[in-house]
Write a protein that binds this ligand. Structure first.
Ligand SMILES: Nc1ncnc2c1ncn2[C@@H]1O[C@H](COP(=O)(O)OP(=O)(O)O)[C@@H](O)[C@H]1O
Ligand SMILES: [Mg+2]
Length: 268
């Protein structure tokens, strides 16, 4: 579904990405992980079209989209969430979700103050479709008419996920979807991402710092360190890879006791 090939991206003298390739297969959950500064956000921005790499290629469903702007990528079925919550206060959950129809039609970036230019019947059709396909799946029934700012953090993130699904994307890009969440919110979010994939066979590319979430739900993982790919494979392959453990240890990130033991044994 999505191929990212041999990306080189530098900011002045800083090489943010070198030789990075990621292939996300149809209906699979592919994750990119790495310690802080590894290049995850840079890669996310290259895939969504916000950064233009010095070289390399991004292909969606066989089409080279490297030269396309973010909204053109959205139009071709690429949908994204933002790391920081980007919801509109003073509007209901349902209305916030409806805005997902606009992101594809217009700039791909939400701007305050716009109005959906839909006729009344188009608008109620859109609401009905969202209620039928998304609200139930993401268990937002109870809160759909509440002002979005009244919701707890984890629920607000779920509303963002719902909004990204309105146009039934071919590929869903998630930028650190569980950042700032407590354990219970993390496991809920993981469950909903898995449910979305199961229901619609949506291809998912997940950029995430949190190892436990990624290990639990991914089919394939690519690990970056200092802008370079250092490992890829299944969660089990990646979890026990000494390079990966070393990179996370060096960055002072949390590791499981088992991983620390492995790292200790290898370095002796
Ligand atoms: N807009 C930018 N301008 C300059 N340097 C940047 C920019 N974005 C990222 N970098 C640098 O690129 C490297 C990778 O950063 P980033 O992609 O944010 O990593 P991560 O998301 O994995 O923490 C870092 O060294 C960072 O300082
Ligand atoms: Mg980042």
């Amino acid at each position: 579904m999505l191929r990212v090939d041999d990306i080189q991206l530098a900011f002045g003298g800083v090489k943010a990405l070198s030789g990075v390739s990621v292939h996300a297969k149809t209906g699979m959950i592919t994750a990119v992980i790495g310690p802080n500064g590894a290049g995850k956000t840079s890669l996310f921005n290259v895939v969504s079209g916000f950064y233009k790499p010095q070289s390399g290629r991004v292909t969606l469903d066989g089409e080279d989209i490297s030269g396309l702007r973010p909204h053109q990528r959205a139009y071709r079925g690429m949908s994204r969430t933002f790391q920081n919550i980007a919801l509109f206060h003073g509007m209901s959950v349902l209305d916030n979700i409806k805005l997902g129809a606009h992101t594809k039609l217009k700039s791909g970036v939400l701007s305050a103050g716009f109005r959906l230019r839909l006729t009344r019947s188009e608008e109620s059709e859109l609401s009905a479709e969202i209620q039928r396909d998304i609200i139930g799946l993401l268990e937002l029934d109870r809160v759909q008419h509440h002002p979005v700012e009244d919701l707890a953090y984890g629920l607000q993130k779920r509303v963002e996920l719902a909004r990204a699904l309105v146009m039934k994307p071919k590929i869903l890009l998630l930028d650190e979807p569980v950042a700032g969440m407590n354990r219970e919110e993390k496991s809920e979010m993981s469950r909903f991402v898995v449910d979305v994939r199961k229901n619609w066979n949506t291809t998912v590319l997940l950029i995430e710092h949190d190892m436990s979430m990624v290990m639990g739900i991914s089919d394939h993982i690519v690990v970056l360190s200092f802008g370079k790919p250092i490992a890829s494979g299944t969660p089990d392959e990646v979890r026990s890879n000494p390079e990966v453990i070393k990179a996370y240890l060096g960055a002072g990130d949390e590791l499981t006791p088992a991983q620390k033991a492995t790292a200790g044994a290898r370095s002796q």
